[in-house]
Design a protein. Structure first.
Length: 318
């Protein structure tokens, strides 16, 4: 072992791929991998075995020969890039394999090393550079995740503000369209319906929200988090010609949502569903109808449609 200085504290997983057993053993013994911050999680003799091991071990670095039986290094690199596997790749080659090296670099290998000139010092230098690159990528990824989290938080806050404004004030369709666009909604909602959901089990709220978030995708609908743990789904019905067809679309969406929540969230929240409405103040009307239906769902079968409510006069004192 040589005296390479330690480079960082986080161990990075490395996989060695070469059909020559002596080369694999030479690489294992050439340097103190642990001292350099790397953990060799395995060594295999072809690209096919490497891919199988990668499925469970997820290395951050692969050192691979280019000329191997079964699956060579070129095909391995191509497959890694096609599958978008986040791993650094070092190609090993002999001095007479320059065409292989060019193809490997073209496909996305990060570095290449000539076996004939590989020694402990050059390998240590290469590993430190790669480790720095891996850590920088990890930091950038963490920053991107944080920015995405903040963006989603900001979006949710905007949508909650929109939800409250629409509940309190009716707008002309033109003003409503400007308002929803300003709050990040892209559907027209000229014709629409609203579903309000509420669960009396706070421990299930997050999973209900997650299921609803996935549910609305591709269904011309938007999910909004309201106050007091209320969730709102706004369904765009624009383009559905008849009122009967619009109502069928709302009923179908509601039934599918209820079964999806039961299957994936093990939950049956209270649901209030508006009629299909259109034109000026469409979203405000839909939300107010859904509010009334939700209030009545507490006394019935957990789900209430505005269209099934008695006439308003029946609620007034005689």
């Amino acid at each position: 072992m040589n005296g390479c200085p330690k480079s960082g504290d986080t161990m990075k997983k490395v996989l060695i791929v070469d059909d020559d057993y002596l080369v694999r053993m030479y690489l294992r013994q050439l340097i103190d991998w642990e001292k350099e911050g790397f953990d060799i999680i395995g060594d295999v003799c072809n690209g096919s075995e490497a891919l199988m091991l990668m499925e469970t071990q997820m290395p951050q670095l692969i050192i691979t020969d280019l000329s191997m039986p079964v699956m060579d290094g070129i095909e391995l690199i191509r497959t890694i890039k096609e599958r978008q596997i986040p791993v650094r790749i070092v190609a090993l080659s002999c001095h007479d394999e320059f065409e292989y090296v060019k193809e490997a670099m073209k496909l996305g290998a990060d570095e290449y090393v000539l076996k004939n000139f590989m020694d402990a010092n050059s390998l240590c230098k290469l590993l430190r550079s790669l480790k720095d690159s891996i850590e920088q990528s990890k930091e950038q990824q963490q920053k991107q995740h944080e920015l995405q989290r903040l963006a989603e938080k900001g979006r949710d806050t905007l949508r909650q503000e929109l939800f409250e404004r629409l509940r309190q004030q009716s707008f002309s369709y033109e003003a409503q369209l400007r308002l929803i666009k300003d709050h990040g909604l892209t559907l027209p909602f000229y014709q629409c319906a609203a579903l309000l959901l509420w669960t009396d089990d706070p421990s299930r709220l997050n999973v209900v929200r997650q299921v609803c978030h996935q549910f609305v995708r591709g269904k011309k609908a938007e999910l909004i988090q309201g106050k007091e743990d209320t969730l709102c789904i706004l369904k765009d019905l624009t383009g559905i010609a008849s009122l009967a067809d619009q109502r069928r679309a709302v009923r179908s969406l509601t039934d599918l949502l209820a079964s999806t929540l039961k299957e994936y969230a093990d939950s049956r929240p209270y649901m209030g569903v508006s009629d299909a409405v259109s034109g000026d103040g469409s979203l405000t009307t839909a939300l107010r109808q859904a509010d009334m239906a939700l209030a009545h769902s507490f006394y019935g079968d957990c789900m209430c449609f505005f269209t099934s409510l008695p006439p308003l006069g029946d609620f007034l004192p005689k």
